[in-house]
Design a protein around this ligand. Sequence first.
Ligand SMILES: *[C@@H]1O[C@H](CO)[C@@H](O)[C@H](O)[C@H]1NC(C)=O
Length: 253
Amino acid sequence: MVTQTYSSMCKVFIVVLFVLFGQALSKPRPSYIKACKVNSPDFDECALQNGRGALPYIVKGDRKYNIPKLNPLKLPVVNVDAGKDLNIKLTNIAAKGLEKVELDRVKIDTVKREVYLDMHMPRVELIGQYDINGKILILPIQGKGPCNITGVEPKFQYHFKYVLDKVNDEEYMKLTDDDNLDFQLKRAYFNLENLFDGNKQLGDNMNQFLNENWQEVVKEIGGAISQTIRAVARAISSGYFKKVPYRELLIFD
Ligand SMILES: *[C@@H]1O[C@H](CO)[C@@H](O)[C@H](O)[C@H]1NC(C)=O
């Protein structure tokens, strides 16, 4: 009698352990994502609809799936590599407007293992602190203080390749290092307060110059902007793919 109780308790214990560990290692996809049939003619359309359905949940953040909150997205440090003549460091940045992101295209090539995501949003505001030193479009620039860098109607094309990583007999998508992000803006606005140690005249002139030449400025620091957004896109995608097995995302029959 005693042994029997003990043995069934033991079974329960094993089942509980199994459930706990099973969950820790892999999660089914969240209910807001549906799997798409890879060989169906409307695979890309299904993936697009899925992505559109999932976005409103994703932008709210989902800690279970390692997805940070995007409303706003907090970036403690953004090191901008703008070439050897210019150092820019942005700190305590709140990126606002990402939650209005809309998906325009999803293309998944399961043979080449490549994914293309096209997105746009009405605007992105980067609000925080800047520290700048060097030359921008041949003009010397120096200062630190509060900043507002705003991009109007940004469009993004994100492209990544993936490999399948086996963990405990389950395959997961893993982004390779050569993901890439291109973007275009309809307009950009810069407001760097307290430039040139607070010299208002010089600061106002520089801000005016940056705004009049926004296209060239964006070109010069564009690599840095796309690296930042690429890092965000990468963190979201890989965080998610680490939790949800490949077979939960796509159906191969
Ligand atoms: C940032 O700048 C944009 C463009 O000038 C402006 O519309 C927006 O209100 C500013 N945001 C903040 C928080 O100051």
